[in-house]
Design a protein around this ligand. Structure first.
Ligand code: G6P
Length: 620
C-alpha cells in the first residue's frame, strides 16, 4: 500500500505534497514524509504518525523548493518510527526516494550492498533500492558516464530495477538534478499528471484533482522521466514509448466531507444515489434483462458459460457471497467464491466455460490483481467488477462492469458493497434471462430493482434508532452477527465493519451454525446481532434467537417494519423496509454499517482511518 506524490514545476512544492498525501492517506497512515530539492540539497522531513503531524513538522521547520516527493506509509518492513518513514536516502545522499510495495529479496541486496560499503540506517526494504540505484549511478560514473547528464540517472534506475524481486511504485530524486523527477512502476500503481509547465506523480489520480485532469497511467516495467515542461515514458524491454494521455472527469466536491462528520457516514448516506448510479442505463424493459456496455462477451460466449467463479478480498469477497446466491438462484449456474489470496496460488480446474470475475472497489488490491492475472494466463477472459476508473484491474481486464459509486474514502467499505451487490444482481438477471428465467420473472426483478434507491433512502431513516442502540452497547468486547441465506454474507460484513473500525471482536456466522461453537461465547455481556427480515426462513431464525435468549444473550435484531414477533423476543429492534428476499442485503447491510459507525464514534475510534488498516492493499 502506501501513497506516493511528486511534483516538478514552479510552485512551492510542500503545500501540494501535504494536500496530496492527505488525499492518499487512505492507502496507509503509519508515518509520512517529504523530500524537497532546495538550493542544491535534498531536504527531508518525515515522522511517524499521520499527515497532519508531518504538516506540523513542516510548519515548524519549513522547506522551500519546486521539486519534491512525498509518502504516506503502511508499514511492511520495519516498525513505524521516524527513521523508518520514507523518503529514504541512497549512497551519501545521491538519491532520495519513496516506495510503495514490497521488495522480497531486500535481505540479500542489503548484505551485498553492505559488503560494498553502503551504510543502512533503517529496517526497511526500501533503503536497499535507494542504495542500489546510488550504486549503479556510481558505477556508471566510473565507466565514464557524465553524472551531470540526466540520461545517467535514467540508466542507473534502468540497471537497478531488474535486480529487484517484488513490487514497487517509486518516485526518485537525484541530488544533482533539480530538473528531474523519475517514477517507476512494477505492481504498485502510479499515474503521471500532465500540467502546463508543471507535472505530477501520484499513486492514484486523487491528488491531481484541482490541478490537472490529464493523466498517464504507468504500466508495469515503465519508467517516467518527468521534467517541468515535458515527460517521457520508457519500458524495460521496448525502450521509449508513446504515452497515452487520458482525460479524467473528477468532480472535486466528491472528495469533500459534504457536511458529514466522517467520510464513512457520508458514504453510507450516499447509497440511494450510488445504487441509482449502478442501475443507470442497465435495465432493459424490452427484453426484461440487464445489459452491460463493457462486458465484451458475445451472447454465444455468455450462453456457453457453465460455471462462475467470483473472487475478491474483504468486503468485496462478502459481496461475492451474495452474488453466489443470486446467480445460482436466477441462472442455475454453479458459483464458487474464492478469496483472491487463495485463488492466486491454488490450481483449481478452470475450464474454458468458466467465467471468473474479480470484484474490487479500488481495482488495486494486490491479491485480486494477481488472481485475475493467473486466470488470464490460463486463457480465460479477465473480467472485473470495479469502482475506480483507470485502476490497474480496470485497465488490465478484458471486460467488466463499473460500479459508478464515486470515490470511497472511508477505509471501511460501505457504498461499494451495496453497489457490488447491485451489479451482481444485474449480472444474475442477465445470465438468468439467457437460461431459465421467464420474461415475467425478469420484469419483476427489474421493477424491484428500480424501487431500491427509494427503499435504501427509507432504510437510512433508522440512523437515530441505531445511534440509540449503539449508546447502550458501545462498551461490549464480543459480538456475534447471525443471519441465514442472503443475510449470512451480510452477517459476515456487519461483523467485519465492527471489527475494522471499533476494534470490538465480532464473529459473523450462519444463524443456525452458531450452535456448533460460537454459542459457547454467549452470556449476558455478549450481544448477538440477528438479521431476521421476513422470508421463508424467518421462523427458523426466530428459533435461533430463542436459543440465544435462553442463554441470557442480549439480542439486537434487524427486522422488517411491523414485525411484532421479533419485537417480542429481541432486546432491541431496528426496522428496515420490506423488500424481496434476494434484495434484502441491500437494506439489511445499512443498519449494520451505521451500528459499527456509531459504536466506533462512541468508543473514540478514528472511523475513517482505523489502526493497522489501509483502504487499498497493494501488498500480498
Ligand atoms: C482492504 C479494505 C477493505 C476492502 C478490501 C478489498 O482490506 O480495508 O475495505 O474490502 O481491502 O479491497 P478492494 O478495493 O479490492 O475491494
Amino acid at each position: 500500500m502506501c501513497g506516493i506524490v511528486g511534483y516538478i514545476g514552479s510552485r512551492q512544492v510542500s503545500d501540494f505534497l501535504i494536500e496530496g498525501l492527505r488525499r492518499l492517506e487512505y492507502r496507509g497512515y503509519d508515518s509520512a514524509g517529504v523530500a524537497v530539492m532546495s538550493g542544491g540539497e535534498i531536504q527531508v522531513r518525515k515522522r511517524a504518525g499521520r499527515v497532519h503531524e508531518l504538516a506540523a513538522l513542516i510548519d515548524s521547520s519549513p522547506v522551500q523548493g519546486n521539486l519534491g516527493v512525498g509518502h504516506t506509509r503502511w508499514a511492511t518492513h520495519g516498525e513505524t518510527t521516524d527513521t523508518n518513514s520514507h523518503p529514504h536516502i541512497g549512497g551519501n545522499g545521491t538519491v532520495v526516494l519513496v516506495h510503495n510495495g514490497v521488495i522480497e529479496n531486500y535481505a540479500a541486496l542489503r548484505t551485498q550492498l553492505q559488503g560494498l560499503g553502503y551504510v543502512f540506517r533503517t529496517a526497511t526494504d526500501t533503503e536497499a533500492i535507494a542504495h542500489l540505484i546510488a550504486h549503479h549511478f556510481d558505477e556508471l560514473m566510473l565507466m565514464g558516464e557524465n553524472p551531470a547528464d540526466s540520461q545517467t540517472c535514467l540508466r542507473a534506475v534502468e540497471s537497478a530495477l531488474p535486480k529487484l524481486k517484488g513490487t514497487y511504485g517509486l518516485a526518485i530524486l537525484f541530488k544533482d538534478h533539480p530538473e528531474l523527477l523519475i517514477a517507476a512502476r512494477n505492481g504498485s500503481p502510479l499515474v503521471v499528471g500532465v500540467g502546463q509547465g508543471e507535472n505530477f506523480i501520484a499513486s492514484d489520480a486523487s491528488p491531481l484533482v484541482g490541478h490537472t485532469n490529464e493523466v498517464v497511467y504507468l504500466s508495469d516495467h515503465e519508467i517516467a522521466v518527468v521534467r517541468a515542461d515535458s515527460f517521457e515514458v520508457h519500458h524495460r524491454e521496448d525502450g521509449r514509448r508513446d504515452p497515452s494521455i487520458q482525460v479524467i472527469d473528477h468532480v472535486s466536491e466528491d472528495i469533500g466531507l459534504g457536511g458529514f462528520e466522517h467520510y464513512m457516514l457520508k458514504e453510507i448516506f450516499e447509497q440511494p444515489q450510488t445504487i441509482e448510479n449502478a442501475l443507470r442505463g442497465r435495465l432493459d424493459d424490452e427484453e426484461a434483462t440487464a445489459r452491460f456496455g463493457g462486458l465484451n462477451l458475445t451472447p454465444q460466449q455468455l450462453r456457453r458459460i457453465n460455471r462462475v467463479v467470483l473472487t475478491g478480498c474483504g468486503t468485496s469477497w462478502h459481496a461475492g457471497l451474495v452474488g453466489e446466491y443470486l446467480i445460482e438462484e436466477f441462472a442455475r449456474l454453479p458459483v464458487e467464491v474464492e478469496y483472491a489470496s487463495e485463488l492466486r496460488y491454488r490450481n483449481p480446474p478452470l475450464s474454458e466455460s468458466t467465467m471468473v470475475f474479480a470484484i474490487t472497489q479500488s481495482g488495486e488490491t494486490a491479491d485480486t490483481l494477481a488472481a485475475m492475472r493467473e486466470c488470464k494466463r490460463k486463457g480465460l477472459p479477465s473480467l472485473a467488477i470495479c469502482n475506480v476508473v483507470g485502476s490497474t484491474i480496470a485497465r488490465e481486464a478484458d471486460g467488466g462492469v463499473y460500479l459508478h459509486a464515486g470515490p470511497e474514502i472511508g477505509v471501511a467499505s460501505t457504498k461499494a458493497f451495496t453497489s457490488q451487490v447491485t451489479v451482481l444482481t444485474l449480472l444474475a438477471l442477465m445470465l438468468g434471462r439467457m437460461r431459465n428465467l421467464s420474461f415475467q420473472a425478469g420484469s419483476r426483478i427489474i421493477s424491484h430493482l428500480r424501487a431500491m434507491p427509494e427503499a435504501i433512502a427509507r432504510t437510512l431513516e433508522c440512523n437515530d434508532a441505531v445511534r440509540d442502540v449503539a449508546s447502550r452497547y458501545h462498551d461490549v468486547s464480543n459480538t456475534l452477527y447471525l443471519g441465514r441465506l442472503y443475510n449470512f454474507p451480510v452477517a459476515l460484513e456487519g461483523a467485519l465493519k465492527l471489527k475494522e473500525i471499533s476494534y470490538v471482536h465480532a464473529e459473523g456466522y450462519p444463524a443456525a451454525e452458531m450452535k456448533h461453537g460460537p454459542i459457547a461465547l454467549v452470556d449476558e455481556h455478549t450481544p448477538s446481532v440477528f438479521i431476521v427480515p421476513r422470508g421463508h426462513i424467518h421462523p427458523k431464525v426466530m428459533s435461533n434467537m430463542e436459543e440465544i435468549k435462553a442463554r441470557k444473550g442480549p439480542i439486537i435484531a434487524i427486522a422488517t417494519e411491523g414485525d411484532d414477533k421479533v419485537s417480542a423476543v429481541a432486546d432491541e429492534v431496528i426496522f428496515v423496509p420490506d423488500v424481496e428476499e434476494y434484495l434484502q442485503p441491500l437494506v439489511t447491510a445499512i443498519p449494520l454499517q451505521l451500528l459499527a459507525y456509531h459504536i466506533a464514534v462512541l468508543r473514540g475510534c478514528n472511523v475513517d482511518r482505523p489502526r493497522n488498516l489501509a483502504k487499498s492493499v497493494t501488498v500480498e
